[in-house]
Design a protein around this ligand. Structure first.
Ligand code: SF4
Length: 423
């Protein structure tokens, strides 16, 4: 979400003749687009912005702006703490950034109910896949999460506006869109989320549709059927479980039990047998016992996710969980997290190995970062595949998987590139 906010901000500033530069020393305007989902990101930002004090002193005409969730959270206090910062603008007010820039300094962190109706032309990096915001904010108030406080309540973008953007992206050569929302499957823009998927599915020239992030409680039969029947909707869902313990899930205010979650996974797999399911897990939520932690490990064994993002619990300002009794020591959180990650690594590797010999459709993204002699692309199930070949970016090729590794697959092209080599 933050990444795409930055693309929108670039698009907006470009209208005024700004261009992006690599070095803050060359910039007239330095923008920090901040994230406060975890403490670590916030601290990193504070130390980076602190470092610019000297530069600002040497060149007072340089302007420094802080956008995003830390800006929203701290507001005016940030200007007081960091007087070399000129502007503080919350994530709901990106569209008004230029207005603020016309002033000497300013803070803009008001609630913006019109956010869903604003069309800001994003400046995206070249590629085959583009993010498209379909809704903003969140109403769920999971007890650990700062998002409802920084990004406000849910607001859905009208379908016509979304479709306009998707068609425009296709005309620019993008092949895949990822529909974005904090809680994407609770989209209510006059049509249901499955209906929106159907509308996007009918955009000619588009090859693939993805969506993140889904809340398990909003995953209904209609959505499962849409994933099963709409040809362009990829067989992958990111479905954060967060914990395998019902007691912890209740404290997290997640509004599902492990059994309910599991039932939805079974339904998904029954209707879409190839589907890849990835998840998020928080290790060391306040009061989490060894028994709760074991329940999470059992859940990972039982569900066999394709991948997982694991995080140590991080107390965020304003949230209920930050004030809960029973905060765990860092070492316990770290130990539990590493057990979770190790177990999942084994599962992911096993699942990737099981793909050896299979022929999969891969959308070519371009040269691999690690080895530019190779190409990289993704399967419909969102797995990274590296292979030799000279197929242009944006092509769809059939690749036989020759090796399943922990974090990627290797393969050989069997159609689409005559120079495909075995690796
Ligand atoms: S659903 Fe996601 S964004 Fe919303 S409060 Fe829960 S964790 Fe945060």
């Amino acid at each position: 979400m933050n990444f795409h906010d930055a693309e929108r901000l670039l698009g907006l500033l470009r209208q005024d003749g700004f261009i992006a530069v690599d070095d803050p020393k060359d910039a007239d305007l330095i923008v920090f687009n901040t994230c406060s989902i975890r403490e670590k990101a916030e601290q990193k930002f504070l130390s980076e912005v602190g470092r610019l004090r000297r530069l600002k002193k040497q060149e007072p005409s340089k302007r420094i702006a802080v956008l995003g969730c830390v800006a929203q959270q701290q507001g005016k206090a940030l200007l007081e703490r960091m007087p070399h910062v000129d502007y503080v603008v919350g994530p709901q007010n990106i569209s008004k950034f230029k207005e603020v820039l016309s002033r000497e300094s300013g803070v803009l962190i008001e609630d913006n109910p019109d956010i869903a109706f604003e069309e800001i032309p994003a400046q995206r990096a070249e590629g085959v896949s583009a993010w498209v915001n379909i809704m903003y904010g969140c109403n769920n108030f999971c007890s650990y999460c700062v998002v409802p406080y920084t990004r406000g309540r849910e607001r859905s973008r009208p379908p016509e506006s979304i479709l306009r953007e998707v068609r425009e992206l296709v005309s620019q050569g993008y092949k895949e869109v990822t529909l974005l929302g904090q809680n994407v499957n609770s989209y209510r823009g006059g049509v249901s989320f499955p209906r929106l998927l159907e509308m996007v599915n009918s955009v000619e020239g588009l090859e693939r549709i993805r969506f993140v992030t889904s809340h398990p409680k909003d995953l209904n039969d209609e959505l499962i059927n849409a994933v099963a029947s709409l040809q362009k909707v990829c067989e992958h869902i990111h479905l954060p479980l967060q914990s395998g313990s019902d007691r912890v899930l209740r404290l997290m205010n997640r509004r599902y039990t492990y059994a309910e979650y599991l039932k939805k996974v079974e339904k998904l797999r029954a209707k879409v047998p190839e589907i890849a399911i990835t998840t998020d897990i928080i290790a060391g939520f306040p009061t989490e016992t060894e028994e709760d932690h074991q329940a999470t490990l059992r859940a990972l064994e039982e569900i066999q996710f394709d991948g997982l993002f694991g995080f140590k619990f991080s107390p965020r300002p304003m949230t209920k969980a930050s004030k809960m009794e029973g905060q765990l020591p860092e070492e316990v959180k770290a130990e539990r997290l590493s057990e979770i990650l190790e177990l999942q690594d084994r599962i992911t590797e096993k699942k990737n190995r099981a793909l050896e010999g299979r022929v999969l459709d891969v959308l070519v993204e371009g040269p691999s970062e690690k080895d530019p002699r190779m190409l990289t692309g993704r399967t419909r199930t969102n797995k990274i595949v590296n292979f030799y070949g000279d197929t242009p970016r944006g092509s769809l090729v059939k690749v036989r998987i020759t090796r399943g590794l922990r974090h990627s697959l290797q393969g050989e092209v069997i159609s689409g590139s005559p120079s495909g080599r075995h690796i």
